[in-house]
Design a protein around this ligand. Structure first.
Ligand SMILES: C[S@@+](CC[C@H](N)C(=O)[O-])C[C@H]1O[C@@H](n2cnc3c(N)ncnc32)[C@H](O)[C@@H]1O
Length: 272
């Protein structure tokens, strides 16, 4: 059992986690990091933090497990109704029209920091309803939480997790099983789950839509700016970026512009 965590140990792990992921623990959320470190130490069988720190240095895989432990994976289907409505009533129709004008045959999207999959599956279901079948829809869903990615890949959610799914979608895109609600195969086939750390370039290019909601809040300003610059590289000339409603690019001096819809404001690449 670990006792109090010293200032030195806190700094050591805070720096390690920040360097590895951009996630920024400050003195005001120190207690969260402390309790998650305790949790990991208990299950890893290490005796104390300095031994555990040395172990991480020896075993890079253990760093991944630690990152998984310190992330907050809270999410839900159809999260932030205003965003989903903007996606459904403004962004997707506009992109479909753009594809029609330009002869585009695919719609490529990314849920960056997808947690357990509710966000990319919401994107998939809404797009499936609206986008003509002549356009192929593909969604990359990525996260650094391996546990969350496993849940997403399974696509099976307990009853209380589908609370926010509108009845029409629940009926059409899920199958009731004894252990919960299973996303139907045609929707699962639209989503590819992938381990990806937003510290690095994803290699994705020419995307039409990027959702990165409720992820940047855990980063400091530098890590936020770096992530947003990388989003820019992944996006096509005519494309949209959704970030969380409590997140903003204000003051970041990016090349994105604010795009107001009747439902919510999102960002898009400045049209030149
Ligand atoms: C609060 S959840 C948000 C899930 C979803 N986007 C939503 O809005 O409902 C934040 C997710 O970001 C992931 N995350 C945090 N830092 C990350 C990083 N450096 N790279 C990739 N994912 C990260 C966490 O593992 C977690 O699953």
């Amino acid at each position: 059992m670990v006792g109090n965590i010293s200032d030195e140990e806190f700094t050591q792990f805070r720096d390690l986690i920040y360097e590895a992921s951009g996630i920024n623990f400050t003195t005001s959320n120190r207690s969260i990091l402390e309790s998650r470190l305790r949790e990991r130490l208990r299950s890893s069988g290490s005796d104390n933090l300095s031994e555990y720190y040395r172990r991480i240095k020896r075993e890079p895989e253990e760093l991944k497990v630690l990152l998984d432990t310190v992330t907050t994976n809270l999410t839900r289907f159809f999260r932030n109704t205003a965003h989903i409505q903007a996606f459904e009533h403004a962004i997707l129709p506009d992109l479909v029209e753009h594809k029609r004008r330009t002869g585009g045959q695919s719609l490529r999207m990314w849920s960056a920091g997808c947690s357990t999959g509710e966000e990319p599956y919401t994107m998939a279901m809404v797009a499936r309803e609206l986008v003509p079948s002549t356009i192929k829809i593909s969604i990359t869903a990525s996260d650094i939480s391996l546990k969350s990615l496993m849940v997403g890949r399974q696509g099976l959610y307990p009853e209380n997790r589908v609370d926010h799914v509108p009845e029409k979608y629940l009926k059409k895109y899920f199958t009731k099983k004894p252990s919960g609600y299973q996303i139907n195969q045609d929707i699962m086939d639209m989503v590819t789950f992938d381990y990806h750390n937003l510290k690095n370039d994803s290699g994705l290019r020419d995307l039409d839509v990027v959702f990165c909601r409720n992820v940047l809040i855990y980063f400091d300003e530098t890590a936020q700016r770096n992530a947003v610059e990388r989003f820019w590289d992944t996006m096509g000339r005519y494309s949209y970026l959704f970030i969380g409603h409590s997140e903003s690019l204000f003051g970041m001096n990016t090349q994105f512009e604010f795009y107001r819809t009747d439902w919510a404001s999102v960002y898009r690449k400045k049209l030149v």
